[in-house]
Write a protein that binds this ligand. Structure first.
Ligand code: DAH
Length: 341
């Protein structure tokens, strides 16, 4: 028995570089049900009691050596198969990686910003989690104004000057006016939140771009010119605008701007509901109360502001019928904007 154990130990020591199938054969030969080591364990029963200790130790040593060797051989085989597959066929074409495309909302936001940059506007940003002062109070919202209603606004805290998710990017106007001395010319992109049921035309999260221009002697004519320039750059040089009187607490006078329908060219279709016009933004002359609330002398300075929804503008430009498509990130939809990059 002693000789057989030693012979096996030697044999085990010499094994190297085996394929996986060979390793399995070795395992069966040594440790399988009828394997040589298993047989030795069977024979161990007949060993004389005074020799049991010595042989027991030797057998265990042999069994451990075999198990360890098999493990080593397996590791070596795995490593070499990895290495050989890595150097397999370098002329084979690689796995195709689909390149992503920019999201239509990012494309549109960027386009709007770039147009206003040409007019000398700088980009300003602000926090999405805001306080009542910057979203409502400094913007001349009377305390009972419906936009403060819990239905529209997601509140984070209640009480004096509650914390909330901004419902519009007009809050960035306030922060800019508080911190920058006029002249101010900024364009403020951002995400906004409203407590609305999600549908094809409304979402609780969307994007806006706000514009603000404050200087001496800024007039409504300047506002109209800036908007017209933007609309023609964005929708094409034949685009027309019309302004309708409107109301926003933070502008006086206020207007809503329509652009001539880019689908029917103004003749009337189902997109513009037969009117030939599509509403694209709100604007107006900054209310003196807002200037004063932000520390700007309303006798010396005047200005205009405007705000537009990025999803809405993108829907009009590309005739997207359902707002929810922007948030679902279906690659088939996103790929349609590949050429707009
Ligand atoms: N903040 C308005 C909204 O969310 C949009 C807006 C209207 C912004 C008129 C303005 C403005 O700056 O002058 O509906």
């Amino acid at each position: 028995m002693k000789e057989r154990i030693e012979a096996l130990l030697k044999e085990i020591e010499e094994y190297k570089d085996k394929k996986e199938s060979e390793i399995e054969e070795i395992r069966v030969k040594l440790l399988g049900k009828k394997g040589e080591i298993t047989q030795l364990f069977d024979e161990f029963r007949n060993v004389l009691p005074e020799q049991k200790r010595e042989f027991g130790q030797k057998l265990n040593q042999l069994k451990n050596a075999a198990a360890q060797k098999i493990e080593e051989l397996k590791n070596m085989a795995a490593e070499s198969s990895e290495a050989s597959s890595a150097s397999f066929d370098i002329t084979k074409p690689g796995d195709a990686h689909e390149v992503g495309t920019r999201h239509p909302i990012s494309i549109t936001r960027e386009e709007i910003i770039n147009i206003f940059k040409k007019l000398g506007y700088a980009v300003a940003e602000g926090p999405e989690i805001e306080d009542d002062k910057h979203v409502f109070e400094s913007l001349n919202f009377p305390p009972e104004h419906p936009a403060r209603d819990m239905q529209d606004t997601f509140f984070v805290s209640t009480g004096y000057n509650p914390i909330l998710l901004r419902t519009h990017t007009s809050s960035i106007q306030v922060r800019t006016m508080e911190n920058v001395k006029p002249p101010i010319r900024v364009i403020c992109p951002g995400r906004v939140f409203r407590n609305e049921a999600i549908s094809a035309r409304a979402h609780c999260i969307f994007h806006q771009v706000e514009g603000l221009y404050i200087d001496k002697n800024v007039s409504f004519a300047d506002l109209k010119q800036a908007i017209l320039m933007f609309v023609r750059e964005f929708f094409g040089e034949n685009a027309q605008i019309r302004m309708r009187p409107s109301y926003f607490p933070f502008t006086e006078p206020s207007a809503e701007v329509d652009v001539s329908c880019n689908i029917c060219g103004g003749k009337g279709c189902n997109i513009c509901k037969g009117t030939g016009w599509l509403e694209i933004l709100g604007c107006g002359m900054v209310d003196p109360n807002v200037l004063e609330a932000c520390g700007i002398d309303s006798k010396e300075y005047s200005g205009f502001a405007f705000g537009m929804g990025v999803e809405r503008i993108a829907m009009l430009k590309w005739q997207v019928k359902d707002l929810r498509l922007y948030f679902e990130n279906d690659a088939r939809f996103l790929k349609e904007f590949e050429t707009c990059l």
